[in-house]
Ligand binder design. Sequence first.
Ligand SMILES: [Cu+2]
Length: 272
Amino acid sequence: MLKKYGSMIVAAALVAFMIASCKPKKKDDGPVDTGKSPYQSKNDEGTISGVIKFDGTPPDRKRIDMGADANCASAGGEKLTEEVLVTDGKLANVFVYLTGGPVDQFSFQPPSDPVVLDQKGCRYDPHVLGVMIKQTLRILNSDQTAHNVHPTPKNNPEWNESQPPGTAPKEKTFNRAETLIPVKCNQHPWMKANVGVLAHPCFSVSAQDGTYTIKNVPPGNYTLVTWHETMGEQKTQITVGASEKKTQDFTYKSSVAYAPTSLRVEAALILP
Ligand SMILES: [Cu+2]
């Protein structure tokens, strides 16, 4: 009897090991060949635009103590937390993107222009941004201090590189879609950015006034997703007709717990 159970346990362990061995590796082996045909424009793309509103009292923005680095402390710019950035009831830094429909059925070429992520006043600027798979992310250091850029992805390889002042920009690409990749700086624990990586160009980030616009939307049926670092995710179904200009607003309420995002929130050096 014992022997029988023993062999069953060994067999189960072997199966578990085989399943674990089959898991895709996180190494940088290029974009997955999806076998999708390239999107052919009929010049009838639509537009989705709207406003992300914030209902309720936003959490206070806390002062960030940059005293650990004299260059940061003396640099200009705001030194307040920016996770929840509300202006006149409008929410900034919401990543808005489409899933399903034609954006998933076809493949899309990334633009040749890079997306720029700067380090300025010991902050990442912008705080939330999107790139396409294989599009260049150009990372600048405009400060007089060394930064250490460190994305912590789940679907893409993790890397961690120092960037001293006056050195050349870093040019990086991501090979797999991921919403969104947290980026930290090992030198300055308060520094955070979030990079959305998509296989298609239909995404946007809400501006200071809460507005967003997604251009060049192939006509079709989609799920429109709004992602906010700490407030969470919302989704709605949307249909875009040929050359249609669609409006879709969202509201985040301070009293509601939305579907959590996958971000790991890390403690920063924050003073009351
Ligand atoms: Cu830094």
